[in-house]
Design a protein around this ligand. Sequence first.
Ligand code: PRT
Ligand code: MG
Length: 218
Amino acid sequence: MGTISIALSKGRILEETLPLLARIGASPKEDPQGSRKLILGTERRGLRLIVVRASDVPTYVGHGAAELGIAGGDVLAEHGGAGLYQPVDLGIARCRMMVAARPNYDYAAAVRQGARLRIATKYVQIAREHFAAKGVHVDLIKLYGSMELAPLLGLADAIVDLVSSGKTLRANKLVPVEAIMPVSARLIVNQAALKTRRAELQPLIDAFQKAARQGTPA
Ligand code: PRT
Ligand code: MG
């Protein structure tokens, strides 16, 4: 029985994963927020946490550098999911992928008229699929953050971004105009590892499934 690694990001994903780890007896051995270590041992023998950027989680797991990972549905949709199973929706880090625009921009009318929309987003793949499915022509403008600025500065007609409380949109005087999809974090598994190490991995997958069903505070 070798070591099993779970790749995850340090922000809200780790924060909301901690209660699940506690339920499966795999709490980190030291305070992960305080620590600068990128590899953290857990109370569960042979199980460790690997701290990476949120968007790198599918890459580590897809290549088998980590057997397991925890990643948002947004990150998985952008990545494409090659080499991954997604067996458990953990129901944590919930939010919604939305289209948002300035209040004075008539999004519905622009869509109806068949206008070509300029869309700024970090989520190019998700945006491309969403607008293609609607038959709306778009120019996608890739940004790496602070998407809310784009409509305000005239860089784009609308943005595609994650919304949870809605505070960020409100603070920047934008309004949601369309929901694209609900997002939550999922447990992901390297496909090859699941075949060769099922005896070790399946009990962990089952434990996460059970821990997730016990619910998380909304
Ligand atoms: O490591 P990296 O910097 O790339 O990512 P990170 O540090 O943000 O990672 P982490 O661990 O925090 O997890 C990110 C994941 O959390 C995303 O992939 C989503 O699946 C999930 N998540 C849930 C969110 C939000 N809610 C969310 N609100 N990720 C980002 N946001 C941002 C959003 O982009 C916007 O800027 O928060 C802002 C909006 O929040 P509200 O509350 O103002 O609406
Ligand atoms: Mg971060």
